[in-house]
Ligand binder design. Structure first.
Ligand SMILES: [Zn+2]
Length: 210
């Protein structure tokens, strides 16, 4: 598998072209990870102050392609003003993601109702993003296992429910989708109710990730 493979090239050209047309900065960085704040990640999309997609490409191609597809889908949510994207904004100063990070850092307290509401909005946005991303992967026939992609996506949503109970992000590199015994517990198809992981999932995440 190479960047020059026709399907992969076509996808990357499409991403580049769409970014160019919409004044989105696209950075494919030749590093294994990107520093974001005090953490490292495989990539991110940020709309503020200037929209930008950054992806670390010094890793297996199917891994960074799936990250590019995910972050590009966030970019499309932003460009299309998707309802799940817009609903992250609480008011001029506040958005759900920043509020949850402040809560995780014990800078603020949140009543249960608000906490549930913010978490569910983030889940809705990430779930919508991955559904878009899956359509891209299928339409460009990218070398990514769709069933596993869906499992990891559901795993990510379910992780947010576990996070609520533990008031913590996962430790270091212990993301739940790194563990096959965790992500294979998740359905291989999109499900309607994404907010209720089985107790067994929560227990395993608690043991491995926090
Ligand atoms: Zn995301």
């Amino acid at each position: 598998m190479k960047v020059s493979d026709p399907n992969i090239k076509e996808f990357i050209d499409f991403v580049k072209q769409t970014c160019k047309e919409n004044n989105i900065v696209l950075k494919l960085v030749n590093k294994p990870a990107i520093k974001l704040g005090s953490d490292y990640c495989g990539g991110y999309f940020m709309s503020d102050p200037k929209p930008i997609i950054v992806v670390a490409v010094k890793r297996p191609i199917n891994i960074w392609l799936s990250i590019l597809s995910h972050e590009f889908s966030h970019c499309m949510q932003y460009l299309e003003k998707d309802i799940t994207w817009n609903k992250l904004t609480i008011n001029k100063e506040k958005d759900c993601i920043t509020e949850i990070w402040k809560w995780l850092d014990h800078q603020i307290e949140l009543p249960t109702k608000k906490l549930n509401n913010y978490i569910n909005r983030i889940i809705d946005m990430e779930y919508n993003c991955d559904q878009r991303s899956c359509e891209l992967i299928k339409s460009f026939n990218l070398p990514i296992d769709i069933k596993e992609y869906k499992q990891k996506s559901i795993c990510y949503s379910w992780f947010y429910i576990a996070l609520k109970q533990h008031r913590s992000w996962y430790k270091d590199c212990n993301s739940p989708y790194k563990y096959p015994e965790i992500f294979t517990m998740c359905p291989t198809r999109w499900i309607k109710n994404i907010y209720n992981p089985p107790t067994k999932f929560i227990e395993l995440v608690a043991r491995k990730c926090f």
